[in-house]
Design a protein around this ligand. Structure first.
Ligand code: ADP
Ligand code: MG
Length: 258
């Protein structure tokens, strides 16, 4: 049985139907990519997965390990093990990276009743240190204010570090077309390759085939106009890179390789 099952998912924003019947299964520990032209609904799918309030699910279902995800609030989804990497992480001056990560850990340790069980500082320090070593992140990073003046690559580093520390069962990464320079691409892909494994599945969402030079997905889906138009293996990335989305009736230049 797959970890994540999406069935006939329809979703609207401001009354406009964006997702028009999505079916998707992700097995535990597998890496899937969703590619598609601009405006096809990729970010919408990521937002709907996390329960963004602007989107209304009008039909279909999402289950994660047997739990009806659509019944859950975003924080409950996160505690269930679904992680959404933010496209545009916000800066929080006054909150250090270390404190932010500790808050994230503590939010996860809260029981369903909201009862706290905060991590002890030495234990947190150890967790932080281990993961920073794993991801080769410089120590000085954690005492800086969150995303305050961070480069694109540094923001990605914090995002990956957060993912490493929370160890979600499914990481959903919506990588926008802009904003991902080569440095950031490398950080994201090295992090994903380091962390993906039998316990962590990944859904990476991207317009550009170039990300898939670094992250090798097991399965690639092409999203067009709110539906999955095709599903294939890693070889689909090369085809898209060469031909763009023309085969899907989309008039767009071949996908830049970067
Ligand atoms: P992608 O991430 O694949 O580029 P998005 O999910 O961001 O696509 O957007 C899908 C579609 O939703 C786009 O055509 C966009 O114009 C439309 N859309 C986004 N916000 C709104 C809104 N508030 N009202 C109507 N349509 C919207
Ligand atoms: Mg998008």
């Amino acid at each position: 049985m797959p970890d994540l099952s999406i069935r006939n998912l329809h979703a609207t924003i401001d009354g406009a139907e964006i997702l028009r019947g999505i079916d998707l299964d992700i097995d535990r520990g597998s890496v899937h990519a969703i590619m598609g032209p601009n405006g096809s609904g990729k970010s919408t799918l990521a937002h709907v997965l996390m329960g963004h309030p602007a989107y209304e699910v009008t039909d279909g279902s999402i289950t994660f390990r047997g739990t009806d995800v659509l019944e859950l609030e975003p924080d409950e989804r996160s505690r269930l093990g679904i992680f959404l990497a933010f496209q545009y992480p916000s800066a929080i001056p006054g909150v250090t990276v270390a404190n932010f990560l500790r808050m994230a850990v503590n939010a996860h340790r809260r029981g369903p009743d909201g009862e706290g069980n905060p991590i002890r500082i030495p234990e947190f320090r150890k967790l932080l240190q281990e993961n920073m070593e794993l991801l080769k992140i410089d120590r000085s990073m954690t005492s800086r204010y969150l995303n305050d003046g961070f480069s694109g690559g540094e923001k990605k580093r914090v995002e990956i570090l957060q993912m490493a520390i929370l160890r979600p069962q499914l990481a959903v990464m919506d990588e926008t077309d802009s904003g991902l320079d080569i440095d950031a691409l490398r950080i994201v892909s090295e992090g994903v390759n380091q962390l993906a494994g039998p316990e962590m599945g990944v859904l990476v969402i991207t317009h550009y085939a170039r990300l898939l030079h670094y992250i090798k997905p097991d399965v690639i889906h092409v999203l067009v106009d709110g539906r999955i138009a095709r599903t294939g293996g890693p070889e689909l990335a090369d085809e898209l890179e060469r031909d763009g989305y023309a085969a899907f009736g989309v008039d767009e230049e071949a996908i830049p390789v970067g």
